[in-house]
Write a protein that binds this ligand. Structure first.
Ligand SMILES: [Zn+2]
Length: 351
């Protein structure tokens, strides 16, 4: 199984992260990627440099005006009087339920403050000088893994950082700027009529859900912590089942605080079963390790053993599969979890 990663993904080094009204040190940091690389080397996986596939695969998911914003936001923001070191919006757009108020689409403000508040959904998605470069290379890491599948491989691992599943068509949030898993799924769609994105990060993959919500060619299934008092708060509920022709192709399995291995594994079994019933011909896994009980953000009671168990479940799916790295913030837990998952996945899949 090929592993993709580039040192270019390390240029994003934000200093600030606003939590509960306090600016703290950002913990979506480079050490995570280095710990994952180290752990995967223990499984005999060494990274290949991703290929630059240009902007076209990214623009198949994200709007062009959002990409323009990401490319220029930091340099424009730095021209503000008394600018801080990073883009952190101090306004947020109200997008009304009435289309006559503020319709979503291209923002009317041309100034950087108004545009930042439009495109940046929360104060974890901090934009500094190297953010665009890292997000771009992270996306190319996912695209390269999808290209490996299109080239005949049966599985590939994209060690994406920054992560992607909270990024919308035109919004950065939750440490995410470009939706790597969605971009990989779109690449796979060039060959496979039906693709499933299965997400077991402990946070609901709201960006991915939103991107594919009205689609009947991409199924989205997610196992995550109940969002009623947990990030991303506004999406991830069990009654969100898709819209229009996408109705029935979105499955959320929110888990109560304290859920243990058995519940977590069963929920993963459910989304895999639903993806197979949908008729998926290829799979993208959004893999986060932050359900682990040692993770500083976790509200669940999931152990390393559960990742080995679900690694076997995902490995037993007889379909080409791209694994895309999402969250996980305890260096100890992510190293154990990625190794346990990957070894079980490869053993079951024979890759
Ligand atoms: Zn997460």
């Amino acid at each position: 199984m090929k592993l993709y990663f580039s040192a270019g993904q390390l240029a994003h080094q934000p200093k600030q992260y606003m939590v509960h009204g306090k600016l703290i040190h950002a913990f979506e940091n480079n050490d995570r990627a280095l710990a994952l690389l180290d752990a995967l080397a223990g499984a005999g996986l060494y990274p290949l440099e991703p290929v630059n596939h240009g902007l076209a695969p990214i623009l198949s998911v994200h709007s062009d005006h959002y990409i323009d914003f990401l490319q220029t936001a930091h340099s424009e923001f730095m021209k503000l009087p008394n600018a801080g070191p990073e883009v952190l919006p101090n306004v947020h757009a109200y997008v009304g339920s009435s289309p006559s108020l503020v319709p979503r689409g291209k923002p009317r403000p041309t100034g950087i403050v108004g545009r930042s508040g439009w495109y940046v959904g929360d104060l974890s998605a901090v934009i500094m000088e190297g953010t665009w470069q890292s997000a771009l290379v992270s996306a190319h890491t996912a695209i390269s893994a999808a290209e490996a599948i299109l080239g005949g491989d049966f599985a590939a691992f994209a060690l994406c950082r920054p992560p992607g599943h909270h990024a919308y068509v035109d919004r950065a949030s939750g440490f995410c700027f470009l939706n790597n898993a969605a971009i990989a799924a779109e690449r796979l769609r060039s060959r496979y009529a039906r693709v499933a994105v299965l997400d077991f990060d402990t946070h609901h993959g709201d960006g991915t859900q939103a991107i594919f919500y009205a689609r009947d060619d991409v199924f989205f299934g997610s196992v995550h912590t109940d969002p009623s008092s947990y990030y991303p708060h506004y999406l991830g509920y069990a009654d969100e089942k898709g819209a229009g022709k996408g109705t029935g192709y979105n499955l959320n399995r929110p888990l109560s605080f304290g859920a243990d291995d058995a519940v977590f594994i069963d929920a993963n079994r459910d989304i895999i079963g639903a993806a197979l019933k949908f008729g998926a011909e290829a799979i993208v896994i959004s893999a986060g390790w932050d359900a682990h009980h040692k993770d500083p953000l976790s509200k669940l009671n999931v152990t390393t053993d559960a990742y080995a168990r679900i690694g076997a479940l995902y490995g037993q799916i007889d379909l080409p599969t791209v694994i895309v790295q999402e969250g996980g913030y305890s260096l100890e837990a992510i190293a154990e979890s990625v190794l346990s998952f990957t070894q079980a996945f490869r053993a079951a899949k024979g890759v």
